[in-house]
Design a protein around this ligand. Structure first.
Ligand SMILES: [Zn+2]
Length: 191
């Protein structure tokens, strides 16, 4: 993954800025719907879409429709995120946050859901944009101060991952890339 210079620190700053704006501490859990409200984005479950045929609804909310996570629907000035409410709460959080990350990154080639017979086409993000959104998602959910706290606490990683809305794999990854694991080892050594 090659990011432009300063991208990762911009992500850390953004994660702290939105928390400050929401009156949350630097290490607080960032609820996806709170962030969506803050950004003026409406979050819908698939059930909220008017006029969706029953069999489509059934398919998208069954295990058959398990692969899809969330899509952005941008219509004139309105931005909706439709997400798969069949997923676990933690996964819903990361799915919605991922779409919000695209929004924060001002990725204009947003994927658009095909609805009705209106002119809305599916335009997937390119690889670079997906990588950026993925990095920002991890940083928004577990910024460095949160990683430090998670690393320090006695509570299990599984519980902390659930709380912060990330997979255990992403949690471990964030602990590594933020350097908090290494830092904690160093501190222990000098004690
Ligand atoms: Zn994406």
């Amino acid at each position: 993954m090659a990011f432009r210079r300063g991208f990762k620190s911009w992500c850390e700053q953004t994660a702290l800025t939105v928390r400050r704006e929401l009156g949350l501490s630097e290490s607080a859990v960032l609820p996806a719907r709170t962030l969506a409200d803050h950004l003026g984005v409406t979050v819908w479950s698939i059930q909220d879409i008017p006029g969706l045929p029953d069999d489509t609804l059934r398919m998208l909310t069954s295990t058959l429709g398990d692969e899809w996570s969330a899509v952005s629907l941008i219509d004139a000035n309105e931005h909706f995120i439709v997400h798969n409410s069949a997923h676990s709460r933690a996964r819903q959080t990361s799915n919605i946050t991922h779409e919000l990350a695209h929004n924060l990154l001002e990725h204009d080639a947003s994927p658009v859901l095909l609805v009705d017979d209106q002119e809305k086409i599916l335009r997937p993000h390119d690889k670079q944009q997906e990588d950026e959104a993925a990095w920002l998602t991890g940083t928004l959910l577990v910024p460095r101060p949160a990683a430090l706290e998670i690393n320090r606490t006695k509570t299990s990683k599984a519980i902390m991952a659930e709380r912060y809305g990330v997979s255990i794999r992403l949690l471990e990854y964030r602990l590594n890339v933020t350097g908090v694991k290494y830092q904690t080892r160093q501190t222990n050594r000098t004690r």
